[in-house]
Every structure is written in C-alpha cells, then in structure tokens.
Design a protein around this ligand. Structure first.
Ligand SMILES: C[S@@+](CC[C@H](N)C(=O)[O-])C[C@H]1O[C@@H](n2cnc3c(N)ncnc32)[C@H](O)[C@@H]1O
Length: 289
C-alpha cells in the first residue's frame, strides 16, 4: 500500500486529453471537455444518481476500486470533506498498451489474458494511475489516493469512513463473503456502504439466496468475473458481514419496458418443467453498519 500525492504542474484539459488516450470513466474536466470513457458522461451521471447517495457535505468517503476516479471526484464535488480513492489492479497495468492488444485480438475473434498475465503489468510504475492523477491535478482536487489491495490494508492506516463506495468490484472477487467482511471494517458505525454489482435473479426462486458462479468467461467474456448474487444473497452477504441492515434498491434498468417484457417471458418459461435461466442485471445495495 502507498499514499500518493501528485504535485506535478497542472495540464490544460485539452492537453490532458491529448496525453492520455485510454479512459474507463467519462469525467468532465471543463465545460464541454470530457474524457472519452467507455460510456457517455450521461450514463455515468445516471449511475451516480441511481446510487441514491445521502447528503455528503462534511462526510468522509472511501471509493474502493476507484479506477479513473469518476465517483471520487463527483463525491468531492458533492461536498465530501475527505475522499480517498483506493485501487491497485488497474493502476498497475499499462492500459493504453493492454487495450490496444485487447482490441486487436477481439477484432479477430480472440481474447488475451488478464493484465497481470501480460507484459503490460508494471506495478512499480503504476501507468494505469496516470489518468486519475492527471484529472486530480486538472480539477485541483484534494482527493487522496491509496495504492493497494483493500483486502490487505489495515483500516488503522487510512481510517474509517461515513460512506464507502464498493462499485463494480464484488463480482470480480474470489471470496465475496470474506471481501464484504473486510469492506465492513472501513465503514464507521452507522455509516453507509453502497455496493454496485453484477447480479442475477432466478425466476420462481422466491426469497432464497443464490449466487451464480462463472468458472470461465461466461459473464461478459471476462475471466475476472466470478460471482453474481441474487438480491437475497446480496443482502445476506451484507448482513453476514456485520452490517445491521441491507436493502437492494429498485433497479432503474429493470423498470424499463423491455426488461419488464423480458422478465414476463422468462417467468412464464420458468413455470415450465425446464431449467430456469438466471436473469442478469446490475444491482445496487445500501448496507448500514
Ligand atoms: C469494473 S472496475 C469499477 C470501477 C469503478 N468503481 C466504477 O464502478 O466505475 C473495478 C475496479 O476495481 C479495482 N479492484 C479490483 N480488485 C481490487 C482490490 N482487491 N483492491 C482494490 N481495487 C480493486 C480494479 O483495479 C478496477 O479499477
């Protein structure tokens, strides 16, 4: 683990974009100047709204798996007094070179190993952290960064937080229960953990808790995806990890007419004496410590 504070001179938003071609998050650097992330800025803003964050003014926020830092910078903008962006995996990879190889392979119907199994793995240089650092300077942000695997970080070293964001990480982890127990250690008593994750429902399974396991690349062609809980399992994971209450928020996407129709068809199919197919979606849960 390491605390990092970048003090190099600021770049103009335009030269920042020219210097950093590879982005996961779309982040507005100046009016109309947005980093070209994997989804439009409006999608990230919708995801932020869907998290239903409480009033953050004066609060402390930990963003576990911060990547380029969209949620860290946004929570700072929303008034959080202290924001810590924590990551290590993506920050350790040269994502410009890795994504070039990834796209070239995909164009011919192939896949490549995960970043840590390629020549683009450079944890001593943290090339994947450069976009985060550049945005931080450009926005004159006070967001702190911590480089490390949250599973091995002692909360005494970085503190505990009023709000912990655990977005897009749970399903990448081999041990979801152990991981949620560790996440809980970073949350102040009475504090909030927001979990966003790949999830699934098996029509007709009632309140029973299930996780779907992906031994290979079954979920989104990505070998780093291991588990998708259903809502009961997600709440159960939070409760079993020491949170006093947990609820899954109604999913905006699952309210769309197409999703509703798909669900209706699948639940009819589920009544037939056939194997019920899991319906995959993204879930957001609020867990109170
Ligand atoms: C799918 S991205 C999600 C990024 C961001 N939280 C979001 O929701 O847009 C997963 C991120 O989690 C990070 N990550 C995965 N395992 C981690 C761990 N054990 N400790 C810290 N970060 C981790 C990865 O490096 C990556 O940046």
């Amino acid at each position: 683990m390491g605390m990092h504070n970048e003090n190099s001179p600021s770049l103009s938003p335009e030269s920042l974009l020219a210097a950093h071609p590879e982005w996961y998050h779309s982040i507005e650097l100046a009016p109309g100047v947005v980093t070209p992330g994997r989804a439009p800025l409006s999608s990230w803003q919708t995801e932020l709204r869907d998290l239903r964050l409480p009033d953050l003014r004066g609060k402390s926020v930990l963003d576990i798996g911060a990547y380029d830092g969209f949620f860290s910078f946004e929570t700072e903008r929303l008034g959080a007094a202290r924001v810590v962006a924590l990551d290590h995996y993506i920050w350790s990879a040269d994502m410009v070179a890795y994504m070039a190889d990834f796209r070239a392979a995909r164009a011919v119907g192939k896949t490549i190993p995960s970043p840590h199994d390629t020549a683009h793995w450079r944890p001593d240089e943290l090339p994947g952290k450069r976009p985060f650092d550049a945005v931080r300077r450009c926005l004159d942000s006070k967001v702190e960064s911590v480089v490390g695997d949250f599973m091995t970080i002692d909360p005494a070293e970085i503190g505990t937080f009023d709000v912990v964001l655990f977005l897009g990480v749970l399903y990448h982890l081999e041990n979801p229960l152990l991981s949620m127990r560790k996440v809980a250690q970073f949350v102040n008593p009475g504090g909030l953990c927001v979990v966003e994750t790949a999830a699934m429902e098996i029509p007709g399974s009632g309140d029973r808790a299930f996780c779907e396991f992906f031994p290979g690349q079954e979920l989104n062609d990505d070998a780093s995806n291991w588990w998708a809980p259903n809502a009961a399992a997600l709440c159960g994971l939070c409760r079993a990890s020491g949170f006093s209450a947990a609820r899954v928020l109604p999913s905006r996407k699952s309210q769309s007419p197409v999703r509703k129709a798909t669900r209706a068809v699948k639940s009819v199919v589920a009544q037939l004496p056939l194997v019920s197919m899991p319906l995959r979606y993204r879930a957001i849960a609020h867990a109170i410590r």
